[in-house]
Write a protein that binds this ligand. Structure first.
Ligand SMILES: Nc1ncnc2c1ncn2[C@@H]1O[C@H](COP(=O)(O)OP(=O)(O)O)[C@@H](O)[C@H]1O
Ligand SMILES: [Mg+2]
Length: 236
């Protein structure tokens, strides 16, 4: 099941430029939210703050009812394990096999599940069964992004953050990745926050949040009313 996310009055300044200017955003558990807006709007900064990969100058970030912008060491490690991150540029390790790339986040850790079985299951789920021993350089862009998606899910994260996951792919391959992300989200019940310029991604989400100059300038539900009621019914 997904976790709820609360971004409350959050600011992040780089030098004299305000990447985020008192942004407030509440996301329900299990909701899929598209983050749209021109380059420089603050989308990546917001994702990094929710993943606690960066810290705000002001405000609070909550995930699953826990404040995460004040976490340290073990708390931070635990938080990062419940967040899956997919990037525009796949960020795979070129010298590692596909299987080891998926395992990389959990190799230095003790985990309470069979990591190899989980990695193989995920590679099958993303359509790469049989390619475990391949190197990233032997795969197409779309296949590399599939590996990155499998890697993001290795710890069963209740929250998936994706930063322009189709931005480096042609439209057909991008659509395949979108379908994959939403299939996996349905299967694992994750909350999803996706920065994107892709209208297909936005259409697949429950909600579209528009940003500009570090602020939220629009927030619209895209799911038909009956689906929202259905979902509220299931949550309640
Ligand atoms: N590491 C950084 N150092 C300096 N400025 C940054 C850094 N990261 C982001 N910014 C600035 O913050 C603003 C928001 O950037 P970003 O969050 O990357 O926007 P988006 O993802 O919507 O394109 C931009 O003006 C950008 O130049
Ligand atoms: Mg960005």
């Amino acid at each position: 099941m997904g976790v709820e996310v609360g971004v409350r009055g959050v600011s992040r300044t780089y030098g004299s430029s305000k990447a985020l200017d008192e942004v407030t955003l509440e996301i329900e558990a299990g909701q899929a939210v598209a983050l749209m807006g021109p380059s420089g709007a603050g989308k990546s900064t917001l994702l990094h703050l929710v993943g606690a990969m960066d810290l705000p100058d002001g405000g609070e970030v909550h995930v699953g009812g826990e404040r995460v912008d004040t976490l340290r060491r073990r708390g931070l490690d635990r938080h990062r394990r419940r967040v899956g991150f997919v990037f525009q540029r796949f960020h795979l390790l070129p010298a590692l096999s596909v299987l080891d790339n998926v395992l990389a986040p959990v190799l230095p850790r003790r985990v309470d599940f069979d990591r190899r079985a989980r990695a193989r299951e995920l590679l099958e789920a993303v359509g790469l069964a049989g390619r475990e021993r391949a190197l990233p350089g032997e795969l197409s862009g779309g296949q590399q992004q599939r590996v990155a998606v499998a890697r993001a899910l290795i710890c069963h994260p209740p929250l998936l953050l994706a930063d322009e996951p189709t931005g480096n792919l042609d439209s057909v391959t991008g659509q395949e990745i979108v379908d994959l992300l939403f299939t996996l989200r349905e299967e694992y019940g994750m909350t999803m926050l996706v920065a994107t310029h892709n209208p297909e991604v936005a259409a697949a989400c429950d909600r579209v949040v528009r940003m500009r100059d570090g602020r939220i300038i629009g927030d619209d539900r895209v799911t038909p009313a009956e689906n929202v009621l259905d979902r509220i019914g299931r949550l309640g």
